[in-house]
Design a protein around this ligand. Structure first.
Ligand code: GLN
Length: 507
């Protein structure tokens, strides 16, 4: 009976908790039971502290019983990607080099979620340092897609997508540098939003590529994603790139969108992302679901046009220079002295050799590849040809977005060119792994908000539609996504995730 609670969306869970129909301890226990039963197969979590979660939930129940004014999310469980720094709780970023590290402080977003009364279930698996699209680059084993356990759950936030789609958490934090919230959401049938760069604090996120990294919500509904975004978003003086600007009503935008009227909303379909002449590498099923989603938006009143952004073809090349360059600098701090692993410090080696051995043993192959690529791209004599050129492409892409948004309110595309692929299929071929980011990279490079919302199934596997908006117009993403979600749910008579074989079966 209590495991029914794992199938509730957060909006309904919050209503029941606030009304006293269910206790936080019951909700948390239901999730912990399901994690105990199913995470062995899914591999979504790297760390779960059941006692701490139950203690936090019980504290919420006690305050509520004592008459304290609690926020609407008090008692709702949450999972955090394991690069969100949590005081006293292991935080590895999916890497051996941070094994055993218990941070002395918490990320701003973790603190904000705790202050809202949410209960930390655990930390989720991820590609090492968030480099990857499948979660197979984790140093701690793979996570699996709840729709088909032999397939990837996307990445790098694949532990979060696996947990939320598998009902081992009602929602989770992901982070997105080049697509790591949106792509795992798309391939597991979830909603995932990358907020406007600078609108959610990066304080306490383990850095990959600082000019691109952004944390955001992964949830089972558009409204839930907006509710989480409202908790974590907003100015933070501890993040030097934090924007000091008020948040728009994101949950209100989701509710407005769900009402189903998009009249006057101008939607641009990006030709370079799966349109005519640009279909190489895209599954036909993904393109079909995208066309149908766009038709549905038009039937709700949206004015649809095609938009061309030629520089988007260069996004992949630019991203795979800029992100490794920044990573090579950010990852220099793992030298075996300040955090985690220290290898070979037995008195027989000097400091340089200990550092080299620590990095040799502590980093996995993809991380080493990125450090080498990035160091090369930044090196004297090559800097202009690689890093400098990539930054110019980044400006071109931002300019084409600006031109497009002069004529439309949002841009749409598939989120991922393909559905979830079989585990192992791309491990030996980094370029094919990078190609998973084709559609998500342009908005990342321009710092723009973008959401992925389910748009149906292809070959029995979820497909996502990406909705991109101008900076700080995240509310438009939520509005359009909620309209699509509501129309599709109404047309099929149930939610997409209800078709997931395991959903609710543990009840
Ligand atoms: N797949 C991309 C990469 O490997 C994006 C990762 C991310 O957004 N963290 O870099």
């Amino acid at each position: 009976m209590s495991t029914d609670l794992t199938t509730l969306d957060v909006a309904e869970m919050s209503r029941r908790l606030t009304a006293g129909e269910v206790s936080a301890a019951e909700v948390t226990r239901a999730h912990l039971d399901r994690i105990a039963a199913e995470d062995g197969a899914l591999g979504a979590y790297l760390h779960v502290d059941a006692d701490a979660a139950l203690a936090a939930a019980t504290a919420v129940d006690e305050s509520r019983a004592a008459g304290a004014e609690l926020g609407p999310l008090a008692g709702v469980p949450v999972a955090l990607k394991d690069l969100v720094v949590t005081e006293g709780v292991p935080t590895t970023s999916g890497s051996k080099i941070l094994e055993g590290w218990r941070p002395p402080y918490s990320a701003t977003i973790a603190t904000r979620l705790a202050e809202a009364g949410t209960v930390l279930l655990g930390k989720t698996n991820m590609d090492e340092f968030a480099m990857g699209s499948s979660t197979e680059n984790s140093a701690y084993g793979v996570s699996r897609n709840p729709w088909d356990h032999d397939r990837i759950p996307g990445g790098s936030s694949g532990g979060s997508s696996s947990a939320v789609a598998g009902h081992l958490a009602p929602w989770a934090i992901g982070t997105d540098t080049g697509g790591s919230i949106r792509q795992p959401a798309a391939v597991t049938g979830l909603v995932g939003h990358k907020p406007t760069y600078g609108s959610v604090s990066r304080y306490g996120l383990i850095a990959f590529s600082s000019s691109l990294d952004q944390a955001g919500p992964m949830a089972r509904t558009v409204l839930d994603a907006a509710l989480m975004h409202e908790v974590i978003g907003g100015h933070d003086p501890r993040d030097s790139t934090s924007i000091d600007s008020p948040l728009f009503g994101l949950a209100d935008a989701a509710r407005a969108g769900a009402a189903g009227d998009l009249s006057g909303v101008r939607v641009g379909v990006v030709r370079e992302l799966g349109g005519d002449g640009h279909t190489d590498g895209y599954d036909p099923g993904v393109l079909a679901r995208t066309r149908e989603a766009v038709e549905l938006l038009a039937s709700l009143g949206a004015e649809v046009t095609e938009v061309s952004c030629p520089s988007f073809d260069l996004a992949l090349a630019a991203y795979y220079l800029i992100a490794p360059s920044e990573a090579s600098s950010n990852l220099a701090r793992y030298e075996g002295v300040r955090f985690g692993l220290r290898a070979g410090d037995d008195g027989s080696r000097d400091l340089d050799d200990v550092m080299a051995l620590t990095r040799e043993q502590g980093f996995g192959p993809e991380v080493k590849r990125r450090i080498i690529l990035g160091t090369y791209a930044l090196s004297s004599g090559y800097y202009e040809a690689y890093y400098g050129q990539a930054q110019k492409v980044r400006s071109l892409i931002a300019g084409e977005f600006a031109a497009a948004f002069a004529g439309v309110d949002v841009l749409v595309s598939p989120t991922s060119p393909t559905v979830a692929w079989p585990l192992g299929a791309r491990v030996e071929d980094p370029i094919s792994m990078y190609a998973a980011d084709l559609c998500t990279l342009p908005a990342s490079l321009a710092g723009l908000p973008a959401i992925s919302v389910p748009s149906g199934l292809s070959e029995g596997l979820p497909v996502g539609l990406q909705v991109m908006a101008p900076a700080l117009a995240d509310d438009r993403c939520y509005r359009v996504a909620a309209a699509l979600e509501a129309a599709q749910d109404a047309a099929r008579g149930h939610r997409l995730l209800d078709e997931l074989p395991a959903a609710g079966s543990a009840a």
